[in-house]
Design a protein around this ligand. Sequence first.
Ligand SMILES: Cc1cc2nc3c(=O)[nH]c(=O)nc-3n(C[C@H](O)[C@H](O)[C@H](O)COP(=O)(O)O)c2cc1C
Length: 194
Amino acid sequence: MARIAVIYYSATGNVHRLAHAVTEGAEAAGSEVRLRHVAETAPEEAIAQNADWAAHRTAMDDDPVASLDDLEWCDAYILGTPTRFGNVAAQLKQFMDTTGPLWGAGKLADKVAAGFTSSQNAHGGQESTLLALYNTTHHWGAIIAAPGYTDPRVFEGGGNPYGASAVDGTTEGELTAARYVGERVATIADRLAA
Ligand SMILES: Cc1cc2nc3c(=O)[nH]c(=O)nc-3n(C[C@H](O)[C@H](O)[C@H](O)COP(=O)(O)O)c2cc1C
């Protein structure tokens, strides 16, 4: 049974929904999952200017805050972020940038990894965000288990081979593809352990 950490940031709920779908897929495949969100780092005045952001502020509180122990504990991790100008959100990056000591001790190597993202526009940078996320996981020595086109469910989510993704609103098809990403990471982590 693979141990999987699903770690995400979400300002207005889309990535939050994807995170729960990824978790469902991994759990359905028999994994033990720690579902975690990273801490908010944006100034309160910026949050207050966006009604959706302010409303969603506490919705993630049901999921505990991510810690380095979650990354050390897991056999595989799946990281989620909204697209921010085609890039990883600073909140998730901030968490990733605290992993130096774990990385230096070799504790991030050989783990299976994948990512998920959400954007306002279908061509607004989902792929670049996922690839930017994987820049860091390459340095960690991850074994990236992107979905590719390995299952018809990928097409239900828009056909993104780099990871799970959604456009604002998050369709049921996108959630189905996200469940598949969770299932695929779990399956590959199990195979690797065997
Ligand atoms: C500062 C900022 C930058 C953004 N950059 C992009 C972008 O490059 N492309 C895009 O399609 N959407 C962009 N968006 C929109 C978000 O990525 C999108 O609404 C996403 O689904 C939000 O996810 P969340 O609901 O989990 O926070 C941006 C939003 C903000 C606040």
